[in-house]
Design a protein around this ligand. Structure first.
Ligand SMILES: Cc1ncc(C[n+]2csc(CCOP(=O)(O)OP(=O)(O)O)c2C)c(N)n1
Length: 273
């Protein structure tokens, strides 16, 4: 790998391009979820462009590392990353949420690079656990990554999967928690506090790594460390800012599920140019 500093700079630029796609796609669609897409953009950019093994021309390559977007409403991010990675042409991004488009409002298997549909929160860790166990049964070396939201982990289903993953010593499984502090109705700590979050995952037998989810160096180190952990699953708890990268969207709950209008799009484009 080339010098880390230079590479981190490239990844920062890539994340900016991806953020621009997110605001452009949702603005064109007139709906969608920019806030949580922007907060996870750095985490998913580093994952796709530095860590995951995949072949865009062969989306079902059996040895590909798996990525499951459990917080499926953040699919503008996933689609932007898949397009940048070459799974389909970038022009398709502006068809988000259109009837008949390969890019639906929540992930669907019609999109190259999407293995499992998502959107109903709380299910993704169980999906990832199944993939992780399948790799072990089939003696394959792929790793499984799953992205969840801090609001999402209020779902009980998550904790059943958390318990099973450590019971079965799923060290090929890495969960990423985008802890942006907001969910659909407001602050997570006010709706249903999930803290102390690291202690909860530790108690469930997971290796936990806490990072700033916008520091590309910390993100990359966390993924590298996770690859070395044996006999237990790992969770990367990333503290992030909802709407990160667009000043007037940052920490504004309204942008959880509202697209930028024409003026807001222009402002956002300037900030991301
Ligand atoms: C089972 C289920 N209940 C409710 C919803 C509606 N919903 C969509 S996004 C969301 C909030 C999610 O918050 P969080 O996981 O923190 O996501 P982020 O802030 O990262 O966007 C809710 C409740 C859903 N998609 N699935």
């Amino acid at each position: 790998m080339q010098n880390d500093d230079a590479r981190l700079k490239e990844l920062t630029q890539k994340a900016k391009d991806i953020r621009r796609h997110i605001v452009e796609m949702t603005a064109r669609a007139g709906s969608g979820h920019p806030g949580g897409s922007l907060s996870s953009a750095d985490l998913v950019t580093v994952l796709f462009f530095e860590v995951l093994r995949f072949k865009p021309n062969e989306p079902h390559w059996p040895d590909r590392d798996r990525f499951h977007l459990s917080k499926g409403h953040c699919c503008p991010l996933l689609y932007a990353v898949l397009a940048e990675a070459g799974f389909f042409p970038k022009e398709k991004l502006l068809t988000l949420r259109r009837l008949g488009s390969i890019l639906q409002g929540h992930p669907d298997r019609r999109t190259p690079g999407v293995d499992v549909a998502s959107g109903s929160l709380g299910q993704g860790l169980s999906v990832a656990l199944g993939m992780s166990l399948a790799a072990k049964v089939d003696a394959r070396g792929y790793r499984v990554y799953v992205l969840m939201g801090d609001g999402e982990i209020q779902e009980g289903n998550i904790w059943e999967a958390a318990m099973a993953a450590s019971h079965y010593k799923c060290d090929n499984l890495c969960a990423i928690l985008d802890f942006n502090g907001f969910q659909i109705d407001g602050k997570t700590c006010e709706v249903m506090n999930v803290e102390p979050v690291a202690e909860k995952w530790k108690a469930f037998g997971w290796h936990t790594i806490e990072i700033n989810g916008h520091d590309m160096g910390e993100i990359l180190s966390a993924y590298r460390l996770a690859q070395t952990i044996k006999a237990k699953p790992t969770i990367i708890i990333a503290r992030t800012v909802k709407g990160k990268g667009v000043s007037f969207m940052e920490n504004v709950c309204d942008f959880h599920g509202r697209a930028p209008n024409k003026d807001e799009l222009e402002k956002a484009r300037k900030e991301l140019s």
